[in-house]
Design a protein around this ligand. Structure first.
Ligand code: CTP
Ligand code: MG
Length: 184
């Protein structure tokens, strides 16, 4: 295997690393679907175009429950890292990932409503990558060096490939167990 060049093993490790780093951002999305419901974050208010600001799919319970579960899982990962020989997650990174993921999701819903797409309607690319963009915006602001030191091009490719696959997989499961209305 060895060498600096691209090896199958190197790609595999990069993808595994991508999954590890992004887990605190992936978890909030699924947890929000489990905990969601109740009062919507926009309080039912409409924007000046007459449509909802965010819609009933963005609730306080989903936001808070999702962020807390994401942070909890991330903290467990931090505890596990020494045993796995990994050193990337810190409390600050975990919070950026969990909060950023759902802020990105909310920003996406805001734009989605402006484009007159109803709650739950599929918006390809945006629905899948909103959490990645939100998480990276916060990481770039609060953990700039970490992003440039650990997110190599192959890790980024791993994130871009794994995210839509995991997103779809999680949503199908969410649909089957009844916490999501649609399997996307
Ligand atoms: N959810 C929530 N609060 C959030 C995010 C998600 O309560 N901040 C819950 C909602 O029950 C939502 C489900 O998780 O229906 C799935 O989330 P998502 O697919 O992001 O929402 P959609 O219903 O598809 O709404 P949108 O069209 O605005 O994306
Ligand atoms: Mg959706």
């Amino acid at each position: 295997m060895g060498g600096i060049g691209i090896s199958i093993y190197g790609i595999f490790l990069s993808f595994l690393f991508a999954f590890w780093v992004m887990t605190p951002a992936y978890v909030p999305n699924s947890a929000a679907a489990v905990f969601g419901g109740g009062r919507p974050i926009d309080g039912g208010r409409t924007w000046r175009d007459g449509r909802r600001m965010l819609g009933d799919g963005k609730t306080w319970r989903g936001l808070i429950g999702g962020v807390l579960v994401g942070i909890l899982i991330g903290m467990l990962q931090i505890l596990a890292e020494p045993y796995l020989g990994i050193s990337v997650l810190t409390p600050s990174v975990v919070v950026c990932l969990a909060v950023g993921a759902l802020l990105g999701d909310m920003a996406k819903s805001f734009v989605k409503r402006r484009l007159n797409k109803t709650r739950g309607e599929e918006w390809l690319i945006a629905d899948q990558y909103d959490l990645v963009i939100g998480a990276f915006v916060l990481l770039l602001v609060f953990n700039t060096a970490l992003v440039f030191l650990t997110i190599t091009p192959m890790v980024l490719i791993g994130i871009l490939i794994l995210t839509p696959l995991l997103h779809r997989g999680a949503n199908i499961i969410g649909y089957l167990i009844g916490v999501k209305d649609v399997p996307w």
